[in-house]
Write a protein that binds this ligand. Structure first.
Ligand SMILES: Cc1cc2nc3c(=O)[nH]c(=O)nc-3n(C[C@H](O)[C@H](O)[C@H](O)COP(=O)(O)O)c2cc1C
Length: 228
């Protein structure tokens, strides 16, 4: 059975540390625009055999934006619906944790997480992380990554930025996070929004040590483009 429950505890088997040879990631989705990029990330992690466990946290605002942008509304079977799989057919490695559960495993530095990605990252969550608020599971898990010197990637999305946003980006960068703005690339000639999301997700995963097969790399011909 797929393990996409909405609450968790330290003894929940779906959050038990995985085989140490496989990657454990926290993925947080917050209420900024660009939720289809998060869906692309989730699907890529689901199919990447190097990833053993994904602890997923979705803020209430993210649920609202997901409903606007993807039509997926509510938390019931959210993981399966985002993956586009039938209930019970997902791998089970993605566990949905409750946003308010500050007792979840990822709220502690003793739980082994390799990296955390916030995609998309709202200015509200950026501010909470920049100021060490730790008022919900996303802010707390990010705070833990910073204190444990683990990789934290914040895929910020807003336009334009005000001075508070920019100062908060400086603060998180100084604390060790990577600000990875949700800005697509065009030099790879994307044919669709899905192409843009895929290339962006590949770049984020390359950054945290999970390069994806078939990812676009500037100056490296793709298989079909190799000269004879
Ligand atoms: C459709 C929609 C799009 C939004 N887009 C953004 C955005 O791109 N960036 C942002 O910082 N906030 C955006 N917001 C506002 C955030 O959702 C709001 O500030 C929220 O409090 C963030 O909460 P969270 O960080 O806990 O998810 C958007 C809200 C809605 C309803």
């Amino acid at each position: 059975m797929a393990r996409s429950m909405t609450s968790s505890s330290a003894s929940d088997p779906s959050t038990r540390p995985t085989d140490p040879a496989r990657t454990t990631l926290t993925l947080a989705i917050t209420g900024a625009s660009g939720s289809i990029f998060a869906v692309e990330m989730l699907r890529t992690l689901e199919s990447d055999q190097r990833v053993g466990r994904v602890l997923l946290v979705v803020s209430p605002s993210a649920l609202r934006v997901l409903a606007e942008e993807t039509g997926a509304s509510g938390r019931n079977s959210l993981v399966e619906r985002l993956l586009g799989s039938e209930p019970g057919h997902a791998s089970g490695k993605i566990t949905l944790l409750a946003h308010e559960d500050i007792g979840a495993p990822i709220a502690s530095g003793s739980y082994p997480v390799d990296a955390m990605v916030v995609l998309p990252c709202s200015m509200g969550t950026l501010a909470g992380i920049a100021h060490g608020m730790a008022g919900n599971l996303i802010e707390r898990a990010a705070d833990v990554c910073l204190k444990e010197r683990r990789r934290l990637v914040l895929c910020v999305r807003e336009t334009p930025f005000n001075l508070i946003h920019l100062r908060n980006m400086v603060a998180v960068t100084e604390a060790g996070a990577t600000v990875f703005p949700l800005i697509p690339t065009f030099y790879n000639h994307p044919q669709s929004v899905d192409d843009m999301a895929r290339n962006y997700v590949h770049r984020v995963l390359q950054h945290i040590g999970l390069p994806q097969p078939g990812a676009f790399a500037w100056g490296v011909p793709r298989a079909a483009e190799e000269p004879l």
